[in-house]
Structure formats: C-alpha cells, structure tokens
Design a protein around this ligand. Sequence first.
Ligand code: COA
Length: 154
Amino acid sequence: MAHMQLEIRRVETQADMDDALSIRRAVFIDEQNVSEDEEIDGHDRDGGWLGEVVQMTGYLNGKPVVTGRLMPDTASDADAHIGRVAVLKELRGKGYGRLFMLALHDEARRRAYTKLRLGAQLHAIPFYESLGYVASGDVFLDANIEHRRMDLSL
Ligand code: COA
C-alpha cells in the first residue's frame, strides 16, 4: 500500500509547537509515563525552538503524527544532538519515523553538522541502526528509561 504523503516542516510558531507537543504528550507522557517536568524543557517554551534549535513535525492530512528535535551538542564531541523523536502509536512501523529522521539529517547537513548523537531507548536501537547509527557505551537511565548512546557520521 502506498504511503500517505507525510508533510514535514519546521516548528516556527507557538501553534506549530503545540502540534509537536501533542505528539510528545501522547507518546512520552501518557504512553511512557515520563513526567511533564522532565519531558518539556526550555527548548519547548517561549520561542526556545527558534534559532539553533530545530524542531520538526510531520503531518498526515493535516494531523501531526511524528516529531523530533535537532540542536547543537554543547556537552560532547558531537556536533549536534537529536532527541524527542516520536511517532503516534497507531502509525508506527509504516516508515514515517524513518522518513522523518532522513529529513532531520537533511537539516543537519544544511547546518554543516557531520557528527550526530542521540540517546536511544533500548527498543529503538534497531530503528536507529537501520539509519546507520552505531551504539556505544553503557546503558544509562534518562527519565527512568534505559538508553544507550548512538552516533552517526553524516
Ligand atoms: N524493532 C526492530 N526494528 C525496528 C523497530 C522495532 N520495534 N521499529 C523500527 N524498526 C526498524 C526497521 O528496520 C524498520 O524498517 P522496516 O521497514 O524494514 O521494518 C525501520 O526501523 C524504520 O521503521 P519505521 O516504521 O520508520 O519506524 P516508526 O515509524 O515506527 O518509528 C520510533 C520508530 C522509535 C520513532 C517509534 O517506534 C516511536 O515513536 N516509539 C515510541 C517513542 C520512542 O521510543 N522514541 C524513541 C526515543 S529514543
């Protein structure tokens, strides 16, 4: 079956940010039990999504279904960090997460980032591996969920 067209665009307004957060609330807060305090930070509030922080959302027929963010990594030797990647539960396994990650990679290339890093929930490691990421280091807890570091050279 052909994919419905996924329209991916950058968060530019509060309304766009609300769309992105609607996905993250459903996935991280409601489904994975992450607290709101841990989930939503300064990059998500008061225009914190502008400038060097890039948040993007993919829409199907106008409905926000996949989101994630890309930002300079100031805490490691990577150029940029990807995080908060989420696809609505009922739409997983259809390739939308992959299409969305490829769009984030295009955006990273436009910004001349070559080393990308993320913290992958253990269940998502095969997903990121299929995109070329390589896991390393020990398992660590973030928001009480087990993660491993993964890196990609663009
Ligand atoms: N197990 C193994 N491989 C998987 C997988 C799984 N559960 N999910 C995806 N993959 C791999 C497959 O190789 C797949 O390719 P295929 O078409 O050959 O099957 C490829 O990744 C692309 O999968 P896709 O359909 O694009 O993934 P998705 O749209 O379901 O998105 C997540 C993947 C992880 C973003 C999605 O499952 C999700 O939002 N999970 C909940 C939130 C979350 O945990 N986010 C990650 C935080 S680190």
